[in-house]
Design a binder for this molecule. Structure first.
Ligand code: SF4
Length: 376
């Protein structure tokens, strides 16, 4: 991972097997959007092959008690983040709002730009939101003691391992997410289990908490989080149906992109940065008062999570990242529902448990805060 060997990637596959072999534990797993378009590469498939169904089958055969999709957490993130954006616009609160799904960039701003910590959205990231709902709503609904639930996140990302351990992201001193493994670690587990991945039939994610939308899938690529938020904010701000959900101006592989989206009478100015060098450029603009954005998405990995540090190695081959990205957009096009606020299981979750988006309980469970950390 680190060319000077100052940092070593820590593997957690043994912890997952240990949990799966413990009869007292209810072990559930969630998979991030970017995994499904890259996992196949570890089994000789073309980059960008969509293996969602095979991946779910493999996880079920390995013995998980529930196989879920972090995309559900992404839809939930949009419900909260779009609400927060609209709240800030209507109440003349701090703008721009910065998306904060990426723990590497969150750590970056905490160390490098502590004077801007009021700017990011307070939403937890999608897999942490999912873990929180698993240890509360899901536990209550299924009559399971949350202490006996083990939530495993499969992420394209090594930084998510550290994120899951942040004290402010735990509930009652327990982690919302107990173990994080990467796409590469999942590939190793499938091989250890002796599963012939390429011959697997497809399966569906478990329900409830399994319904997802095209908006949540595109979280896997740079620009996707902000596009998903705009799909919802558009309809909530105008009361009109958004017919074309694809915002081409928010898509592309450039490290910094600036775009304007018209929402009713409002011109929403949006910035997108991927790669921390590009994030620094945008954050310096904000610090110097030169930025006139309403919303900004930042991802630490160039291209977003499809090119994440836990994915199959692409050795700088951008064609591989491009193919994964095209597959993400194909998954979005294949979805019947493409807006987060139309996810029926999300709406049921608010109706049955959370109340209003951005309301009191949602705030308590789904939002977080940031801390100044020593400059390094
Ligand atoms: Fe992790 Fe990279 Fe995605 Fe950030 S962009 S969440 S560091 S994989």
């Amino acid at each position: 991972v680190c060319p000077t060997a100052a940092l070593t990637e820590v593997y957690h596959v043994d912890k997952v097997w240990e949990a799966l072999n413990d009869p007292d534990k209810h072990v559930i797993v969630q998979t991030a959007p970017a995994i499904r378009v890259a996992l196949g590469e570890l089994f000789g498939m073309e980059a960008g092959t969509i293996v969602t169904g095979k991946m779910v089958t493999a996880l079920k055969r390995m013995g998980f008690d529930g196989v879920f999709d972090t995309d559900f957490g992404a839809d939930l993130t949009i419900m909260e983040e779009a609400s927060e954006l609209i709240y800030r616009i209507k109440n003349n609160k701090t703008l721009p709002i910065l998306t904060n799904c990426c723990p590497a960039w969150v750590k970056f701003i905490e160390h490098q730009f502590p004077e801007l910590l009021h700017v990011p959205s307070t939403c937890k990231s999608p897999h942490i939101m999912f873990g929180t709902i698993a240890k509360t709503y899901y536990a209550e609904k299924n009559g399971i003691d949350p202490d006996n639930i083990v939530v495993v996140s499969i992420m394209p990302c090594i930084a998510k391992k550290a994120e899951a351990k942040r004290p402010e992201l735990t509930k009652d001193e327990h982690n919302n997410v107990d173990i994080v493994i990467t796409t590469r670690e999942l590939g190793a587990m499938i091989k250890e289990a002796g599963i012939e991945f390429d011959r697997l039939p497809d399966s569906e994610f478990d329900r409830p908490l399994g319904e997802t939308t095209g908006a949540s899938v595109i979280f896997g690529t740079a620009g996707g989080v902000i596009e998903a938020a705009v799909r919802t904010a558009y309809e909530w701000m105008t009361g009109e149906t958004l017919e074309n959900v694809e915002f081409e101006q928010l898509r592309g592989m450039e490290g910094i992109r600036k775009a304007t989206v018209k929402i009713g009478d409002q011109e929403l100015k949006i910035g997108i940065a991927s790669g921390l060098g590009n994030a620094r450029v945008i954050l310096e603009e904000i610090r110097e008062g030169k930025a006139d954005y309403h919303a900004i998405e930042i991802m630490a990995c160039p291209g977003g999570c499809i090119g994440g540090g836990g994915q199959p190695y692409h050795h700088g081959n951008h064609e591989i990242v491009k193919k994964r990205r095209e597959a993400i957009y194909e998954e979005d096009r294949n979805k019947k529902i493409r807006k987060s606020h139309e996810n029926k299981e999300i709406l049921e979750l608010y109706r049955e448990y959370l109340g209003e988006p951005f309301g009191e309980l949602a705030h308590k469970l789904l939002h977080t805060h940031f801390e100044e950390r020593e400059r390094i």
